[in-house]
Design a protein around this ligand. Structure first.
Ligand code: ZN
Length: 99
């Protein structure tokens, strides 16, 4: 389990570092384009990693056994990661309280 956390932290850190590196290399680059590209690559890799093993009634693969099931699992994970992010709420949010 610790190895799994290490892999997660390493991939997370490297993805953020890559975004910063791409933005630093090309000063004209649009941060939104870089972020969208990183997200597209992450989605591609995630879907690649979640291909069912093919064994009938495999319990591990049950939540990702169809394209719709994989999309639902991906959306659940994205929502969880977004709401846990330190950047989920911004002080400049239109609905942020003003004192
Ligand atoms: Zn399986």
């Amino acid at each position: 389990m610790e190895e799994s956390a290490d892999s997660f932290d390493s991939a997370f850190t490297k993805a953020v570092d890559l975004g910063n590196k791409l933005a630093g290399t090309d000063k004209e680059a649009d941060l939104w384009d870089i972020a969208d590209g990183l997200l597209a690559g992450a989605v591609q890799y995630w879907l690649y990693s979640r291909q069912p093993c093919g064994e009938a009634r495999c319990e591990d693969c049950m939540p990702i056994s169809t394209a719709d099931a994989r999309l639902a699992e991906l959306q659940r994970l994205v929502r969880q990661l977004a709401t846990e992010s330190e950047y989920f709420h911004a002080p400049t949010d239109a609905n942020a309280g003003r004192a």
